[in-house]
Design a protein around this ligand. Structure first.
Ligand SMILES: [Fe+2]
Ligand SMILES: [Fe+2]
Length: 266
């Protein structure tokens, strides 16, 4: 496989603990767990694309890049918190967070909707790693986040390109695409990130979705500036099939900014 970079390309010895803040370490630990779990989702993706051998191969390569993000961020987490055991936290995460993968049809209704949902996830990851890279002064994390964000933008393009190629019966109407996008955005508040935050950062407390979701989003949204939000909203509009730069996208950016600022202040 032709990876764009490997863990050996990262100058780990330049890590500077004094430049890593505790809130960022918590978010990175949680992100590492979800990234590292990509192979699991790929099983589902390969099952629903059972008739498309080319895409199945693409999904395998994609998953290995996500797994590498998990490994890199996990390694950074262990540098930042020497008592932290990334593999052990990952075990806890995958034991408690199980998604059914034995499907032969997309849970989003059709393949185009599934790819749209993927584009939204890549929008979320590319914007978050870009925002963290702009925020942090810790040199290893800054470099890692830049490299990972570049991968996530490329993943978005990959899924977006494939969205346009699905056969006619697997296409979704504009209304259906809007519904999928809204539904996927709402899923940000589901268990995945909140439970990852719990497994990565909490030892003595039982899991609580609301509390962990608040703690995660308060920190994760704090990195976003207007620029990151506008770019992400533009990517979402484009994936849905709407004009990425319009009065509607500008309105949506303002709304998203308000929601995110509200979460940070909560
Ligand atoms: Fe990733
Ligand atoms: Fe990605």
């Amino acid at each position: 496989m032709n990876k764009h970079w490997t863990l050996d390309d990262i100058p780990w010895d330049r890590f500077d603990r004094s430049l890593a803040d505790d809130g960022t370490i918590k978010v990175i630990k949680a992100a590492a767990l979800t990234e590292y779990n990509a192979r699991h989702y790929t099983t589902y993706l390969r099952n629903i694309f059972h008739a498309d051998a080319a895409f199945q191969q693409i999904a395998l390569v994609w998953a290995e890049e996500e797994v590498q993000h998990g490994l890199a961020l996990g390694r950074w987490s262990e540098l930042a918190d020497p008592g932290y055991d990334f593999e052990q936290a990952f075990k806890k995460f995958t034991t408690g967070y199980v998604i059914p993968v034995d499907k032969d049809k997309s849970i989003r209704g059709c393949l185009q909707s599934e790819l749209l949902a993927r584009c939204l996830v890549e929008t979320g990851t590319s914007s978050m790693y870009s925002a963290i890279a702009d925020h942090t002064d810790e040199p290893v994390l800054k470099l890692l986040c830049r490299k990972i964000a570049a991968d996530e933008f490329r993943h978005y393009k990959l899924f977006y390109t494939y969205m346009q190629k699905v056969p006619e019966p697997e296409k979704a109407s504009l209304l259906a695409r809007v519904k999928v996008a809204v539904g996927r955005l709402r899923e940000v508040d589901d268990d995945e990130l909140a439970f990852a935050f719990h497994c990565a950062n909490e030892k003595d407390q039982p899991y609580d979705l609301q509390r962990c979701n608040n703690a995660y989003s308060r920190q994760a949204f704090s990195y976003y500036g207007r620029y990151h939000i506008e770019r992400a909203v533009g990517m979402i509009f484009k994936a849905v099939g709407l004009k990425p730069h319009s009065w509607m996208s500008s309105l949506a950016s303002t709304y998203a900014e308000k929601v995110m600022q509200g979460r940070v202040a909560a």
